[in-house]
Design a protein. Sequence first.
Length: 298
Amino acid sequence: MNDTEQLIKDALGKLAERTPHPGPTLNALRRKHKRQRNNIFLIATAGVAAVTVLVFGGLVASDRYAPPTGGDAAAALVVGGGQNVALKYAPRWLPEGFTENSRTTNNAVTRVWGPADGKASVVITTLGGMPDTGGWDEVGVRGLKAWARVADGAASVVWKAQDALQVAVRGVDDVRAVALRVAESVRADAKATHQAPFKVEGKYADQMSGAGADRWDASLNLGSVTVHVGTQKPELAAAEPVSVRGREGLRSGATVAVSDGGRWIWATSSAYSDRLVELVGEVELVDAPDTGWIGKGL
């Protein structure tokens, strides 16, 4: 080894002696990396917590009668005039043995439940606005101000959620207590919809009732004429044949009826006119109407 090589070796040795041990530096780097991971974990955890709060808060808000939002398919369904109507609300408690037997969807949505004998009923209506509650008792429905009264053996409870709602009960023991309990059970239901089983002159049936999925009647009022579609033949006295819908039908006084596709179609008025034949001929039937709700409980 020459003098130059020796000088280089001595210089490298002295540099090595002055260089600090790598342990503390590596430990510091590890601690920094760990802090970064912890920060990322905390941020992620906070994000999950925020989402949870938002979701939970949304559920609580929706449970407090929130109607369908703009993103819900049911939100596009309107009361009156449409084939599909958003019912928007449904009870979660009814007296034992009560099943749904009637729906009206013209200016307001009304749903009726009752026992098979028809001696009692629970009616839930989405009102266009709050009625006059002067003289009613102030009560509460799930934290909202409400009013109740009992008159003529029936109890009614009204309150304002996103819509004005009314529960009416008759034919049961302690109608007031039952009405309040039904009202407490009412929840928003964006999936609950009603499908009209026929259309005539561009308008859909807005009333439907029955005893079961295979025994029902739907109707629509058109001025002085009421058009029906149902599974049972209407009661006709002294009927005579009449041509309608390309087949032989029946005329009895101011009623014209015909059987078509397993269903009866008829129109009735206070006085006979050719319009009855025309309206029966113009009825458009829904191929597979939704009748599964008739006679069904909760």
